[in-house]
Design a protein around this ligand. Sequence first.
Ligand SMILES: Cc1cc2nc3c(=O)[nH]c(=O)nc-3n(C[C@H](O)[C@H](O)[C@H](O)COP(=O)(O)OP(=O)(O)OC[C@H]3O[C@@H](n4cnc5c(N)ncnc54)[C@H](O)[C@@H]3O)c2cc1C
Ligand SMILES: NC(=O)c1ccc[n+]([C@@H]2O[C@H](COP(=O)([O-])OP(=O)(O)OC[C@H]3O[C@@H](n4cnc5c(N)ncnc54)[C@H](OP(=O)(O)O)[C@@H]3O)[C@@H](O)[C@H]2O)c1
Length: 454
Amino acid sequence: MENKKMDNYSVAVVGAGPAGLFAARELAQAGAQVALINRDIKAGGLAEYGIYPSKLKMKDGLRRQFQQVLALPNIEYFGHLSVSLDDELTLSELQEMGFDAILVTVGAQGTKKLGLPGEDLRGVYHAKDIVYHYNRLPPFAQQQFAIGKHIVCIGVGNVMADIAHWAIRELKVDQFTAIARRGPGDVKFTKKELESVIRNLDQAALDAEFERCAPIMRAVGQDPDAAKAFILSAMEGAEEPVSQTRFSFQFLASPHRMLDDGKGGVRAIEVEETTLAARPDGSTTANGLGTYHEIPADTVIFSIGDRVDTGMGLPLDKRGDFAKNPEPRFPINEISYEAYNPEMKQPVEGIFLAGWAREASVGLVGTARKDGTNAAQAVLSYLSTIQPRTEQPLEALNAKVEMLQKPVVRAADLKKLEVAEAAHAAEFGLPEYKFASNDEMLAVMGLARQRETS
Ligand SMILES: Cc1cc2nc3c(=O)[nH]c(=O)nc-3n(C[C@H](O)[C@H](O)[C@H](O)COP(=O)(O)OP(=O)(O)OC[C@H]3O[C@@H](n4cnc5c(N)ncnc54)[C@H](O)[C@@H]3O)c2cc1C
Ligand SMILES: NC(=O)c1ccc[n+]([C@@H]2O[C@H](COP(=O)([O-])OP(=O)(O)OC[C@H]3O[C@@H](n4cnc5c(N)ncnc54)[C@H](OP(=O)(O)O)[C@@H]3O)[C@@H](O)[C@H]2O)c1
């Protein structure tokens, strides 16, 4: 692809998480003009507001890379600006402004509600909100969560492990129980992520769970000893415990309903007991047995992955992800990055998807980065098949932003925010400091007055 050829094309990248940032870099380096539009004031998405706060080295390394992306001359950053059907800007408006292509990298902002009785009780939460809260993303940072002393967490992936880390090492709750609908052979967390909490594990309870699950596991060809060895392998690099929290697992249990304490809060979760069935591909599925039991809890956190935000207005597939063109015109490694309308059986012209917006809650930062870069390649291939449009979309977007009743944050503003947060961290002797509200961030960037007067 010749760089010069791309100079006359403009692309809107919606979402500045790892997928959007690395896609923007790829597009900009090919010569395209890029508008990078982000809901949050800061760029980084879950790399900033998901990765566990104590992983400072990793977060700082990523921040430095993101700063380099935002410094590229042909990337214009628009932070604190949402694109969706009920926000200040829609995808259709961006198309009307004259962007030649739009790459949607907004992550998976929808909540995977299961529709269970009691899901709206006080004390019942979904992991994303909690993760955003302790990572200080406004408005979740200021929101009050009724976290008690006995947390039951549904799901056994790395997000559960992060929430266990927070509950056991920061909140120092009495009990943290992780519930899996399948068995110990199907856990999704990694050894590394369990190291911070494994020393709190109730090993007698784990032994009892393995004794109960072993025959069911063997019946589907799983090795209980290997599964147990995997969980306990986290002991090698285990961190010293800092609380008396009792950490335990309950396997073969699927959430059924949350029970009311009579005052609008949760007092227990009722789970359906399950057994394992083997699938033809060797994986397992959980089959409900129609028998139930209660697990006392004053807090229930669903850590079962997220789904895409239907408010974007893009068509969905049967799984609830944004639909992708099943016969992509611009595949990269046989993957389709093209938004698709299944009803019309045709691509949504000029709109592409990457990262967790393409596949919700799948993979690490590195996966999102690669996906963004590949999606940008797909966009560049598409652009090479069309004539650049004659409108001036960046001018139109800037004009729109001028008319909005809120300040939009630019890359230069973010520099001021970095300086202010670093100064606070130094003043309080903290490894890092994050303002908990948008108002505070806007004030230190000198944008609050503009908001009051506009
Ligand atoms: C709790 C947690 C911990 C994790 N820890 C790790 C880890 O330790 N190491 C690791 O490698 N990976 C980790 N991951 C995975 C990693 O964070 C993701 O793979 C990656 O961030 C996904 O990138 P993305 O760009 O697709 O989406 P996101 O990171 O979610 O970014 C989406 C961006 O889109 C913006 N946006 C959303 N809606 C709109 C809208 N309507 N308009 C405009 N902008 C919008 C958001 O502001 C955000 O900046 C973790 C994930 C979670 C949930
Ligand atoms: N430190 C890190 O590196 C880190 C930290 C956090 C997240 N991440 C990454 O982010 C991604 C998302 O992580 P995640 O933990 O949200 O997802 P995940 O790894 O897919 O785990 C989701 C868990 O929820 C369970 N689940 C899903 N639907 C359920 C339902 N309806 N009822 C009961 N249980 C249900 C799953 O069980 P089944 O297996 O039976 O479906 C699984 O145990 C992963 O790629 C992860 O590695 C990485």
